[in-house]
Design a protein around this ligand. Sequence first.
Ligand SMILES: *[C@@H]1O[C@H](CO)[C@@H](O)[C@H](O)[C@H]1NC(C)=O
Ligand SMILES: *[C@@H]1O[C@H](CO)[C@@H](O)[C@H](O)[C@H]1NC(C)=O
Ligand SMILES: *[C@@H]1O[C@H](CO)[C@@H](O)[C@H](O)[C@H]1NC(C)=O
Ligand SMILES: *[C@@H]1O[C@H](CO)[C@@H](O)[C@H](O)[C@H]1NC(C)=O
Ligand SMILES: *[C@@H]1O[C@H](CO)[C@@H](O)[C@H](O)[C@H]1NC(C)=O
Ligand SMILES: *[C@@H]1O[C@H](CO)[C@@H](O)[C@H](O)[C@H]1NC(C)=O
Ligand SMILES: *[C@@H]1O[C@H](CO)[C@@H](O)[C@H](O)[C@H]1NC(C)=O
Ligand SMILES: *[C@@H]1O[C@H](CO)[C@@H](O)[C@H](O)[C@H]1NC(C)=O
Ligand SMILES: *[C@@H]1O[C@H](CO)[C@@H](O)[C@H](O)[C@H]1NC(C)=O
Length: 883
Amino acid sequence: MVNCRHFRWPSAFLLASFLLLVFAAGDNSTYTPRDYILLNCGSSGRASDSDGRVWNGDTGSKFAPSLDSAGLAASQQASSVAEVPYMTARIFTSPYTYSFPVGPGRKFIRLYFYPSNYSTHAQSDAFFDVTCNNHTLLSNFSAFLTASSLNYDHLTREYSVNTSTGGGLDLTFTPSSSHPNAFAFINGVEIVSMPDVFTLGSPSLFTGGPPVSFPIEPDMAMETMYRLNVGGQFLSPTQDSGLFRTWSDDSEYIFGAAFGVSYSNDPNVTVAYTAGVPSYTAPLDVYSTARSMGPDTNVNLNYNLTWIVTVDAGFFYLVRFHFCEIQYPMTKVNQRVFHIYVNNQTVQENADVIAWSHGIGKPVFEDYVVFTTGSGQMDMWVALHPDIEQKPEYYDAILNGLEIFKIQNSNASLAGLNPPPRPQPPVDASRIYGRSTSHKSRAAVVAGGVAGGLVFLIAGFCLVGFCRRHKAKGKDAGSSDGPSGWLPLSLYGNSHSATSAKTNATGSYASSLPANLCRHFSFAEIKTATKGFDESLLLGVGGFGKVYRGEIDGGTNVAIKRGNPMSGQGVHEFQTEIEMLSKLRHRHLVSLIGYCEENCEMILVYDYMAHGTLREHLYKTQKPPLTWRQRLEICIGAARGLHYLHTGAKYIIIHRDVKTTNILLDEKWVAKVSDFGLSKTGPMLDHTHVSTVVKGSIGYLDPEYYRRQQLTDKSDVYSFGVVLFEVLCARPALNPALPKEQVSLAEWAVHCQKKGMLDDIIDPYLKGKIAPQCLKKFADTAEKCVADNSTERPSMGDVLWNLEFALQLQESAEESGSISTGVSDETPMMIGNKIVDDPSMEPSITTTSITSISIGGQSLASVDSDSLTPSAVFSQIMNPKGR
Ligand SMILES: *[C@@H]1O[C@H](CO)[C@@H](O)[C@H](O)[C@H]1NC(C)=O
Ligand SMILES: *[C@@H]1O[C@H](CO)[C@@H](O)[C@H](O)[C@H]1NC(C)=O
Ligand SMILES: *[C@@H]1O[C@H](CO)[C@@H](O)[C@H](O)[C@H]1NC(C)=O
Ligand SMILES: *[C@@H]1O[C@H](CO)[C@@H](O)[C@H](O)[C@H]1NC(C)=O
Ligand SMILES: *[C@@H]1O[C@H](CO)[C@@H](O)[C@H](O)[C@H]1NC(C)=O
Ligand SMILES: *[C@@H]1O[C@H](CO)[C@@H](O)[C@H](O)[C@H]1NC(C)=O
Ligand SMILES: *[C@@H]1O[C@H](CO)[C@@H](O)[C@H](O)[C@H]1NC(C)=O
Ligand SMILES: *[C@@H]1O[C@H](CO)[C@@H](O)[C@H](O)[C@H]1NC(C)=O
Ligand SMILES: *[C@@H]1O[C@H](CO)[C@@H](O)[C@H](O)[C@H]1NC(C)=O
């Protein structure tokens, strides 16, 4: 006799969410949770979060009858942190239990934490245990230490507990007894009943010996560590198939530069659930996108498509792989067959998706259990490699989704240790193929005076981060501090639902823009933030209008771009940028916080980028010069951002205005590509380019684009080549003051390169500091990028690979002492890069990099059916057949 009244209140908004869901996910989204509770701890009344889900305060709630007054508010609001449920907390200085009279069966329990000072309670004093019925979910947990190690603003933890054994679900918070002043806190609790997703499969345990069956018992508590939409996009709880799960983009976790290719289903392939794979297994969006290794057999044979995630050692993990073939010609058994490795052991040979699923468009998943020995945190490796023994038609592998669940230990506990404090100075243990770290030599660069040349700043000066998960990505992986470089996102510590959906007092505006995607600011708020558009806060002026530095939420710095109503670029660019930014997210792309569209104003609010533009660190500046390694790392970051635009999103996005003022640097020197105001998504399938009015910046313009007014992704590659030369030579792309043959940097640099005179034009500061092999690799890459004919230019994926390799060459030269680091202070430049130290590894790097790797090329299917020159054809709408 579970009190029906309790469950009446969610039904109204449930209905609303489900309408949305059905709309988004298409069909078969039939799972309706019996219990669905969203408790906004520390507050009273109802409030919506950024996904439009309605939360109820716990003050006076039936789940917490003794909590009859309001909780505490967080002392500050980080810009990525949404009002609901994060800005209020319930604080406990002695044990407290919430009792939820839910029905029997498994429940998802999601705990939301925003580490912050709450009144007199300092965030560093919060150490506590959380138990659910007889399961320990967290022990001696410090949200503060965990979030700062991950570089996140807030955290979500997801558990699954079967409540059948007792009446209801008790959630107990207990301050740690070993820490003085310890207290417990919680910002939000979500409880959703769920079908039995864990017993759907029949996993075996792999320990090195023969696999043994390892069924997931109904009473085992589980913790979700990662849930990735492989080859696809972030999916918010309302985009899930009924269980309100969050699915993250997998690209953060991919090892090295070998990203394979991501793609979505052929338009004539319908992805539909089957009897063995009900809709609640995963949303169709997960099965409709995939990542494969790429079209080149030789490349595929020489690498493993690898994801690395950080987990707590000492636990069993259920690793679930979601598969679905979604492109022709993959319809038959033994066409694509591969190995699956977890932690370097083979968990599956002869993996053949069609053999499992019996057809294209049919989802299937496979479960494996592995044990991790030791204690503390460790990396888990998940890798795929072609299984050539089966002599398949294609040497390739595919993955659509990946979930990793921790299984409770014999003490019914899921609790891991707090992460160690972040290393100081940061050491990047994760670097192998030169995964970029941008600030190892941070100390070497001290912010100097104000840049000259403000004139050059165009609109979009100081941006960063992302609408939905900005900061999360911006801050974490890009800056890879120590092992946390591999840690990012997912439930293990996410700050995804980052938007602050402020319930605004000035809410009566009518907007055509996606209010749910970004925060809306009133004009009054913008005026306050910029002190009435005070000219002393001006950061730059560009075609679009002016960019101001501003302050919101009592101390968060932002960049505010105010559209100039007179500029012809107006409304269209404004809307393009909001649309683009709110859909895309990557740690090397800028992050939109919100916008204001009142009084005919068009205003965009971005994170503030402490180090400004790349250009202002190159020339016409009083700032100290960047070291060569820093420049390489910045180029690699920007290349990653562009590579993501070209291949990572659902639609191909061509930036169209790549230049050094559109590459911004955050406080950790992480490069972010900015200014999508001119971006264009690709044409429909039957076109090979976007025909468009020529836009972009002189000096960076692809000559072919200019001649034929046809835009391909290779236009961005050209512009990026100019950026590379600019970084090397520290001079503008175009300098009319110079003799005619030297005016265009691209032409002049290529000329010098061909004549073997490149040394004469490189930045004098860099002379003698660049390893010769590195310089050669870099200059060759830049030269190929600016090839006159776009088909001769490499893809951004190739460029990225080559730059990573150039960085490796530089690092090994610096370590061997054959070249000076260019760092004038005491900062040790590099600490033990194992790969480079280990001579046996060097050949493998060399092999892989030199054989024209075409990571990021096209998928098998497109090579098959289209043209052999991947880039010539740039059908952007991600050409459902390519990539
Ligand atoms: C899903 O929907 C499709 C068509 O809408 C239908 O053919 C299929 O049987 C449904 N699958 C399930 C599992 O309900
Ligand atoms: C939180 O409180 C502690 C001690 O009271 C103080 O040192 C710290 O600066 C505060 N942090 C913030 C972000 O306010
Ligand atoms: C918790 O464990 C105790 C004894 O170990 C048992 O009596 C009790 O029923 C359990 N409670 C639940 C909710 O399982
Ligand atoms: C919960 O546990 C009970 C008994 O322990 C079991 O019958 C039931 O199937 C379980 N439910 C789920 C969803 O695992
Ligand atoms: C599906 O479309 C692709 C091109 O998009 C084509 O190559 C393939 O033959 C089509 N298959 C069927 C069965 O229609
Ligand atoms: C897997 O192998 C790689 C190198 O081959 C090694 O660095 C890594 O530590 C191994 N991972 C595990 C979990 O053993
Ligand atoms: C792929 O991973 C497996 C397991 O760690 C390893 O044995 C194999 O050498 C790797 N292959 C390549 C090409 O890296
Ligand atoms: C279970 O708890 C006992 C006592 O607290 C401890 O000694 C033991 O190591 C724990 N076992 C595991 C697997 O954590
Ligand atoms: C709790 O965690 C802190 C930080 O990791 C650690 O220093 C302390 O020893 C832990 N306390 C206990 C009782 O495990």
